[in-house]
Design a binder for this molecule. Structure first.
Ligand code: KG4
Ligand code: ZN
Length: 344
């Protein structure tokens, strides 16, 4: 149970689940700093190279934590608890953040809080106003996950739909790679699509119910590009914007359709979207219009709290602090960590 009368204190949180090293400081539920160091080393590989990611975390973690403390105007001795992402994510990346947070907790004698990255993506909606009321429906769309979750309380999350293969962000990144765009390709496709039209009709996912599948789109785009290039070697260069618009429209349409289906089934009026793909301009626009038409409220977090960041880890840790839910110093990174409260 969350004890509302308990003071949440000052929390330093570390996120290192994939390719961003981030540290945030939160006091009484308010963010004082949120520093993110991106890793450019993966750009030309079409995806995150795990070994390069953990090495880059090692070199980024000290300056990132220092900068977060400096920006918050605090010294390490003023921190009341240290939080870290326990999983899911890449093992080598997670270990860097987990060990660093444990070291700080051990050295200062302050408690440790472990956070589930997927739970934290949703709790990013509680950093700024307006905050959704419980219960609400959340669509999380990131590079590794596509999930529909009913939020009954901050730490009561019920998974009701997920991707059976690729995640929505993975679909953006893999299709972008086929178009010759650097990793991660989502932002570039979003930008290119603004100058194009969705003229190429890629097939919708055929998965029934609330689950998703994006691997069919990836295959369709692969064959489409290679067929067109056979006819015209300059096809990609000449039609990049229309191709980007068509891929983006197909992904956004599926996400909006399934989210509205879930909201109807669960009789939920408030919808929130989170994760890196929730920054996508067309997804935001199409979701806004679908919510307006069906009389629902849509909650969008600010972009800095959608892509991977430690502020969302601090927010989740804040709720755990109020609950007195602390981790042991022998807590380990867990690449396939499941939701604590998943009723699925
Ligand atoms: O949440 P996130 O930062 O990291 C994970 O936990 O995976 O999400 C990263 C994903 C990448 O696949 C990236 O291409 C996608 O978010 N992304 C976007 C946009 N910005 C980031 N996808 C579409 N449109 C965007 N504007
Ligand atoms: Zn993420």
């Amino acid at each position: 149970m969350i004890d509302e009368t308990r003071q949440s204190g000052t929390i330093l949180a570390i996120e290192s689940s994939c390719d961003d090293t981030s540290c945030a400081v939160m006091s009484g539920g308010k963010i004082l700093s949120n520093i993110v160091a991106n890793q450019d080393v993966h750009k030309n590989f079409g995806g995150v190279v795990p070994e390069l990611a953990s090495r880059a975390h090692l070199s980024h973690i000290v300056p990132v934590v220092d900068e977060a403390l400096k920006k918050a105007g605090l010294k390490i001795g003023q921190i009341d608890a240290f939080a870290f992402t326990r999983g899911p994510g890449l093992l080598g990346s997670l270990i860097v953040g987990a060990q660093f947070a444990k070291g700080l907790a051990l050295a200062t004698g302050k408690p440790l809080i472990e956070v589930n990255h997927m739970e934290a993506h949703i709790l990013a909606h509680f950093i700024d106003e307006p905050k959704p009321d419980f219960p609400f429906l959340n669509l999380t769309v990131s590079g590794g996950h596509t999930e529909l979750v009913v939020m009954r309380g901050p730490l009561e999350q019920e998974l009701i739909g997920q991707t059976l293969d690729d995640a929505a962000g993975e679909a953006f990144d893999k299709c972008g790679k086929m178009m010759g765009l650097p990793y991660p390709a989502g932002p570039a496709i979003d930008k290119l699509a603004k100058e194009g039209s969705p003229v190429y009709p890629f097939p919708d996912s055929k998965v029934p119910g609330l689950d998703f599948s994006f691997s069919g789109l990836k295959t369709a785009v692969l064959y489409f590009i290679s067929d067109r290039i056979k006819e015209n070697p300059d096809f990609l260069e000449e039609n990049k914007s229309d191709l980007a618009a068509s891929i983006q429209y197909t992904i956004a349409k599926t996400l909006v359709k399934k989210t509205l289906l879930a909201a109807g089934k669960e009789e939920l009026n408030d919808i929130a979207i989170s994760g890196g793909v929730s920054v996508n301009s067309q997804l935001r626009e199409m979701m806004r219009s679908a919510c307006q038409k069906s009389g629902r409220m849509l909650f969008l977090a600010s972009p800095e709290y959608c892509t991977d960041n430690a502020a969302m880890i601090a927010m989740a840790a804040h709720f755990k602090f109020l609950q007195g839910d602390f981790a042991e110093l022998n807590a380990t990174a867990s690449p396939r960590l499941k939701r604590e409260s998943a009723a699925s």
